[in-house]
Unconditional design. Structure first.
Length: 202
């Protein structure tokens, strides 16, 4: 299998803007996204478990690497047809290491999303239709869970750190500039090559 040209890993605490960023890149450049939690949730429901319980079971039986390894088939299926894609929702250092091992010849970059707590709570209020008090508890609970699995170490591994406290156009501009600097080429150029390759294969 020909390896993809660029694999973007996207990590961060709840409410920092991971989904916003992945949707932004998908809309602009037609870059497909694999949401880790979505695929974990599919397998969890088959077993009558919550996504969290299924992830914990995977770690218990196979170690931290087992979480992303459990969706390897979905990742490889996407990689066969796309030269650039995003894996959204990384929380453990081993999540990203699994991706690097899957694609040793590809350019891989890890983007870490950050935001202040107040902004994150506001996003959770809107997204989950919760009261502010409920959202505060939600953020606290998820932050504790993520820190236990090593998200702070994941942040230290990041190639790019984005502090989500700007307008969407500003955030978009900063993101594209940092990706271009890190990869050595504008993302729009890489995306154009990806579309041309897809047409040639059609």
């Amino acid at each position: 299998m020909k390896e993809p040209a660029l694999v973007i890993g996207l990590g961060g605490l709840t409410g920092t803007g991971k989904t916003t960023i992945s949707r932004l890149l998908r809309k602009q450049f037609s870059i497909p996204v694999i949401p880790v939690s979505y695929f974990l949730g599919l397998e969890a429901r088959k077993r009558g478990l919550t996504t969290k319980a299924w992830a914990e079971k995977l770690v218990e039986t196979g170690g931290p690497k087992a979480v992303v390894e459990s969706i390897t088939s979905a990742i490889l299926k996407l990689a066969k047809r796309n030269q650039i894609f995003i894996i959204e929702g990384l929380y453990r250092p081993e999540d990203y290491r699994v991706i690097q091992r899957l694609f040793p010849k590809s350019k891989t970059i890890l983007i870490s999303m950050n935001a202040d707590r107040e902004s994150r709570v506001e996003r959770i209020v809107k997204r989950q239709k919760l009261s502010k008090e409920e959202a505060e508890k939600w953020v606290t609970r998820f932050d504790e869970d993520r820190r236990k699995v090593g998200i702070e170490e994941l942040h230290k591994m990041a190639d790019i750190t984005i502090h989500n406290k700007k307008t969407l156009p500003q955030l978009n501009r900063e993101l594209l500039e940092k990706i271009s600097t890190k990869t050595g080429a504008p993302l729009q150029n890489r995306a154009r090559k990806r579309r041309n390759s897809a047409r040639n294969l059609a």
